[in-house]
Design a binder for this molecule. Structure first.
Ligand SMILES: [Zn+2]
Length: 126
């Protein structure tokens, strides 16, 4: 299981105040820790890291597939915004409804690419 712990912010040495030069001049509230002087770190086990990597890989492949196909569909169907709508629908579904997002990935694996693209575009436009 992942473990979360708190460490002293290295940017400000735990004071919450950064005293080096910034674009705004010298010093001020530390941006590294929002002035708290502490940061939260999460450590993952090797198994969790592998799961996260696999999830990222699946996400990247699905997005690439959707983008490539929606571009082609947009060109032939004369629906110029299909590519953008599918792309932003993809991201909106991931952020808004993670459970449905996984079902969408399953549908992609099942080869329902065109259906998925049109649903994503509709999702984006709704
Ligand atoms: Zn700090």
């Amino acid at each position: 299981m992942s473990t979360t712990y708190t460490v002293k912010c290295v940017r400000c040495g735990g004071t919450g105040v950064y005293d080096g030069m910034t674009a705004a001049g010298r010093g001020g509230e530390c941006f590294g820790c929002n002035g708290t002087g502490r940061k939260t770190v999460t450590r993952y086990t090797a198994e969790e890291k592998a799961t996260l990597r696999a999830r990222k890989l699946r996400f990247d492949r699905a997005l690439e597939l959707v983008q490539r196909r929606s571009k082609a569909l947009a060109a032939t169907a004369g629906s110029v915004d299909l590519e953008d709508a599918a792309f932003y629908g993809f991201l909106a579904l991931r952020d808004g409804e993670p459970d449905r997002f996984l079902k969408m990935l399953d549908a992609l694996d099942a080869g329902r690419l065109d259906d998925v693209i049109h649903c994503l575009a509709k999702y984006r436009r709704s």
